[in-house]
Design a protein around this ligand. Structure first.
Ligand SMILES: Nc1ncnc2c1ncn2[C@@H]1O[C@H](COP(=O)(O)OP(=O)(O)OP(=O)(O)O)[C@@H](O)[C@H]1O
Ligand SMILES: [Mg+2]
Length: 266
């Protein structure tokens, strides 16, 4: 499988308070390296504060790295470790409520990436947005809706719509399914897997849920206090004995039987 993403020795150190020179620096992510193939799904797991969101944000260019490098299709991203967005890597956050602008219609918000990144005219943008709305199971009528007129699950669909508008290669989802009830969560997971099949997207899922990992992940990366303590194929990881921390994360709720036929299950 061709590698879409290669992360090499990525680190992040947060500076202490700027106005307080002796405040301690905190190392959120120690040198981390991993790869992700086209159409693959990577789950990032670890206890709270282990650096999952920081790693996700570094990959998406939402945070700048302190060291290391990220390559997309062999090309180095975010030169000089500056914060930069890459059209080919989009991020979905935990709280779609907060990431939507309550003053603007769904259509206006979905058109934004097209306005800034393509030469489409207004009519083309409208049609493209309606197409994306349909792709995520919403209706063309939702174009005129404001965020408060949508359910939580519909807002999550809008967040996905916004992420796929520019047909990215990678979507990074930071606990994007936490706020959903189990039936809606299952629908959204299936939608994301369908889009993966249709568009060949690679996913990076930050999640606390072994159930979600079992259902979707090809590979699992486990963090412990900012260090990567494991990076393996899901199948292999679930079928061998682990150190207690990994065991607890993975096997508490999971049987060792991992179905790699995730798409056939649906
Ligand atoms: N902007 C920041 N400034 C200083 N320290 C930060 C900042 N963001 C994160 N950290 C620190 O980095 C470490 C990792 O945080 P991170 O948010 O990545 O954890 P996480 O694994 O996503 O946790 P959770 O499961 O609770 O979301 C924590 O110790 C946190 O305090
Ligand atoms: Mg987090």
């Amino acid at each position: 499988m061709s590698q879409v993403l290669e992360v090499k020795n990525l680190t992040k150190t947060f500076r202490g308070r700027r106005d307080w020179p002796w405040s301690p620096k905190s190392v959120a992510v120690e040198p981390i390296s991993f790869t992700l193939g086209a159409g693959e799904t990577l789950a990032i797991m670890g206890e709270t504060g282990s650096g999952k969101s920081t790693l996700a944000k570094l990959v998406a260019g939402v945070e700048s790295a302190s060291g290391g490098a990220i390559y997309l299709n062999g090309q180095k991203l975010y030169d000089n470790n500056t914060k930069q967005r890459c059209q080919n890597i989009r991020m979905i956050f935990q709280d779609s409520e907060k990431s939507l602008n309550s003053q603007r219609t769904i259509g206006q918000q979905l058109e934004e990436p097209l306005l800034f990144n393509t030469k489409m005219n207004p009519e083309q943008r409208y049609h493209s947005v309606v197409q994306v709305l349909r792709k995520v199971g919403l209706l063309s009528e939702h174009y005129e809706f404001y965020p408060h007129m949508l359910s939580t699950g519909q807002k999550q669909r809008v967040a996905i719509a916004r992420a796929i508008t520019l047909e990215p290669q990678i979507i990074v989802a930071d606990e994007a399914l936490v706020a959903l009830d189990p039936s809606v969560r299952a629908q959204i997971i299936n939608l994301m897997l369908d889009l993966q099949q249709e568009m060949g997207i690679s996913y990076i899922f930050v999640t606390h849920s072994p159930q979600i990992v079992k259902h979707i992940a090809d590979k699992i990366l486990i963090l412990y206090r900012g260090k990567m303590i494991s990076f393996e194929q899901t199948e292999l990881l679930l079928n061998k004995s682990q150190e207690p921390y990994v065991e607890q994360l993975l096997h508490e709720h999971l049987s060792t039987e991992h179905s790699n036929k995730k798409r056939q299950k649906r």
